[in-house]
Design a protein around this ligand. Structure first.
Ligand code: FES
Length: 123
């Protein structure tokens, strides 16, 4: 079997209610990961693309629901189940990132990100 062309990592981290960093799956449903898996299978992409559950991806302030796609290292924030088909069809299958959900590269791994609703030092 050839190697996967793309991996999508879906944060399913849970934290207690009221935690200052929030979390990506407060209801512990894994619904977003399941939606990616189902849509990838539905599109016949399961041999080319793999959706993996991930713990905290350390970009919590861009959540809830942070997703990263490799090998491009394209980060998405605030992803909902309604966004999954677009990401699968346009990016995972077609190679074109979904600009409206994409996090700026300058926001990743920096406490100086101007888009963060809460200022939490990274580290
Ligand atoms: S809890 Fe999802 S990125 Fe941290």
């Amino acid at each position: 079997m050839p190697p996967f062309e793309r991996h999508v990592f879906v944060c399913g981290n849970r934290r207690e209610e009221g935690h200052p960093r929030g979390c990506c799956d407060p209801a512990a449903t894994e619904a977003l990961h399941k939606a990616f898996k189902a849509t990838i299978a539905d599109r016949g992409l399961a041999r080319r693309v793999r959706a993996n559950k991930a713990g905290c991806l350390d970009q919590c302030e861009h959540g809830p629901a942070v997703v990263v796609v490799y090998p491009e290292a394209v980060w998405y924030g605030g992803v909902t189940a309604d966004d999954v088909a677009e990401i699968v069809d346009r990016h995972l299958a077609g190679g074109e990132p979904v600009a409206r959900l994409r996090l700026d590269d300058g926001c990743i791994n920096t406490g100086a990100c101007a888009h963060k609703p809460r200022r939490v030092p990274v580290g």
